[in-house]
Design a protein around this ligand. Structure first.
Ligand code: SF4
Length: 355
């Protein structure tokens, strides 16, 4: 049987597990200090932890379950990692540099069942959920990479926007968030973490009720049901009206701003008419709403979609602004590497299949 990743345990879970196995509770804090501050990669490196405890941890857990398969570096400092899991599956993790800090985009599932029509990841159906340890480990591996480079930098922001629908792996997502927010561990502030969903409304209510104060982003991509269903089949089951109600709930309960992700697809959803409809739709959330306009990164698998003309992007932006909606055209990262989400992974899988 494969051993579990130690990163999957919150401090409370590790404390109670160690206590159940005859060790004093303070031992958990010691172990966490070695994991998250001193960042050892082997239990044997925890030099002030007694040998009985080291042996117990070794028998039941592992620190590293991911191995680096491919690393692509962009001229702008973006790094895309393709990690191999213990079962041989591949997942993508991206590190991006911004003026405000260093962010990591994590994956939550192997493949995805949501099947958005523009997405390279959605072509490969979900084969399993990632454990919370496997999600934490993606951040730890990026941090270890920075440590090895001798760059005195730490991961300051996290976006849960990689492959998979995070709310379809809800319990592991919550555990992961608890681990990375904890002051005794990585201590990444909740306000610096964003979870992005395709719009699983029932989970948006549950997520709001956790009162974690983590940011929420919604992949909307269309202002009306007809168009959204065409782009995202999930809209058939959860139409925009249902989604809007859950978004209102999040904003009212948390008093936090919600982010709307809108990928601009040429001649599909980038007309003035759609910008006006979007402005009207979101006005009930304003000013607690913010639209991220994302220029589309074309992928071979979806030749029906092209990138919007720059003029159309600017016109869309202007129309939203005139409607009083906060918005921004997203700055692109890693355009000289496989920039689209899931692109690197799907290329590698195709390559392996062809061999
Ligand atoms: S965009 Fe996200 S939710 Fe949609 S198919 Fe891709 S990974 Fe899944």
């Amino acid at each position: 049987m494969k051993k579990a990743s130690i990163y999957g345990l919150t401090i409370e879970q590790l404390t109670s597990w160690l206590s159940d196995h005859g060790h004093k509770k303070s031992r958990a804090l010691q172990v966490w200090d070695w994991l998250y501050r001193k960042r050892v990669t082997e239990f044997a490196g925890m030099t002030d932890v007694n040998q009985d405890c080291i042996q117990l941890l070794n028998e039941n857990f592992v620190i590293q379950t991911l191995s680096q398969h491919i690393k692509q570096e962009s001229a702008d400092g973006t790094i895309k990692f393709l990690f191999k899991l213990q079962d041989g599956n591949l997942i993508e993790t991206v590190m991006m540099r911004h003026k405000y800090g260093l962010s990591v985009c994590v994956t939550t599932q192997v493949g995805c069942n949501i099947g958005c029509s523009f997405c390279a990841s959605g072509l490969l159906a979900k084969s399993r959920d990632l454990s919370s340890g496997e999600i934490v480990e993606q951040i730890m591996n990026v941090q270890l990479h920075l440590d090895q480079m001798g760059q005195d930098e730490t991961v300051s922001h996290v976006v849960v926007m990689g492959i998979g629908e995070p709310f379809d792996n809800f319990e592991n997502l919550l555990n992961f968030l608890k681990v990375i927010i904890d002051q005794k561990g990585l201590a990444i502030a909740a306000r610096r973490i964003t979870v992005s969903t395709s719009g699983l409304a029932n989970k948006i209510y549950e997520f709001t009720d956790t009162q974690m104060q983590v940011n929420l982003a919604i992949s909307l991509h269309a202002p009306n049901n007809e168009l959204r269903t065409q782009i995202m089949k999930i809209n058939r089951a959860i139409p925009i009206e249902t989604l809007m109600e859950s978004m209102k709930y999040y904003v009212e309960k948390t008093n936090r701003r919600i982010t709307i992700e809108y990928i601009l697809l040429k001649d599909v959803n980038d007309h003035k008419e759609e910008a006006e409809q979007l402005g009207d739709l979101l006005s009930v959330l304003s000013p607690k709403v913010y639209v991220n306009l994302i220029p589309y990164n074309p992928v071979d698998e979806h030749s029906q979609y092209q990138r919007s003309e720059h003029e159309s992007v600017l016109a869309f932006y202007d129309t939203l602004k005139k409607k009083g909606i906060n918005c921004k055209i997203r700055q692109e990262h890693g355009t000289d590497i496989d920039a689209a989400c899931g692109q690197l992974r799907s290329k590698q899988i195709k390559k392996a299949e062809a061999q």
